[in-house]
Ligand binder design. Structure first.
Ligand code: G3H
Ligand code: ZN
Length: 287
């Protein structure tokens, strides 16, 4: 059964580790993440962007696939199904469809409007027993059509949003979606420390988990980050493994063109990436 992300993230914050959010795109992605979470006894969050939701033909299809797969695979570790960077309308659709968690990304609104909209969703999520993530400041780069200017969050605004009763808070601290450029100056730990000071027990969320050096990940966790989002890295390893399979001509020999064979190396690559991230985040054995 899907669960809210609240309990797993509060435990993670208290235990000084982070739970990974791995974005899913299709059956292979979902199965890879669930199997690794179960094998290594880790809580996990399945992230679904609005674009990926559309690709999978809608949120109801996603809920049906995930619930069915969890039952057939006997998944017993805590799993939250979470809308990633949702609009207000997208959040409402996911509440109806049966997601257990949503992110409202109101970061592009003036703060007063972000607060108003987030406040409405706090009430809805509380009624439904769902977790809610809010965002302050902005994540740089682009993810699935969501473009951010990378504005570093104001810790006081973070406190205003946290005080509304959201479950977890994402703040822009110099993090970027996609690959980090060579001239990236790193995460802003001073701002993160200030946010953690003002928001207390609130689990903090680090977006743009692809390619952040290990020491920065560990430092972020020590400063209250309890959820780390990873998307691009799984896409890169999937693409790389699939390319190698095709370039080696394996799709041309025997039954190598069978989609179940063609997609297998990429799926194994996602599994390896997810396991590596769970080890780094410290969530293995925490379920
Ligand atoms: O919301 C999802 C993430 O922030 C993923 O970022 O694609 O850079 O790993 P990433
Ligand atoms: Zn993100």
């Amino acid at each position: 059964m899907l669960v809210s992300a609240k309990e797993m993230l509060q435990k993670a914050k208290a235990g000084k580790y982070a739970v990974g959010q791995f974005n899913i795109n299709n059956l292979e992605w979902t199965k890879a993440v669930l199997l690794i979470a179960q094998e290594y006894k880790s809580p996990v969050i399945l992230g679904v962007s609005e674009g990926a939701g559309k690709y999978m033909t809608g949120y109801k299809t996603v809920v049906g696939m995930v619930n069915g797969m969890m039952e057939e695979l006997n998944i017993t570790v805590p799993v939250a199904l979470h809308l990633d960077h949702g609009s207000f309308e997208g959040c409402m659709k996911c509440v109806e469809a049966g997601f257990s968690s949503i992110m409202f990304d109101g970061s592009h609104y003036p703060i007063a409007e972000n607060i108003e909209k987030t406040k409405e969703l706090v009430k809805i999520c509380a009624d439904k027993g769902m977790s809610l993530e809010a965002e302050v400041g902005s994540i740089g780069g682009e993810e699935d059509g969501v473009i951010g200017n990378g504005e570093v969050a104001d810790p006081k605004e973070c406190k205003s949003i946290a005080d509304l009763g959201v479950t977890m808070l994402a703040a822009g601290i110099g993090n970027i979606h996609g690959k980090y450029p060579a001239n990236w100056t790193g995460l802003n730990f001073e701002v993160l420390a200030e946010i953690q000071k003002l928001t207390g027990e609130m689990p903090l969320v680090l977006h743009g988990g692809t390619g952040i050096p290990e020491d920065m990940i560990k430092k972020a966790i020590s400063l209250g980050v309890a959820k780390i989002n990873v998307n691009t890295e799984c896409q890169l390893t999937f693409a790389d493994a699939t390319r190698k399979y095709i370039e080696a001509g394996k799709d041309l020999s025997g039954k190598g063109f069978d989609p179940r064979k063609l997609l297998a190396p990429g799926t194994d690559a996602i599994k390896a990436t997810v396991k590596e991230k769970m080890e780094l985040f410290g969530s293995i054995g925490k379920a």
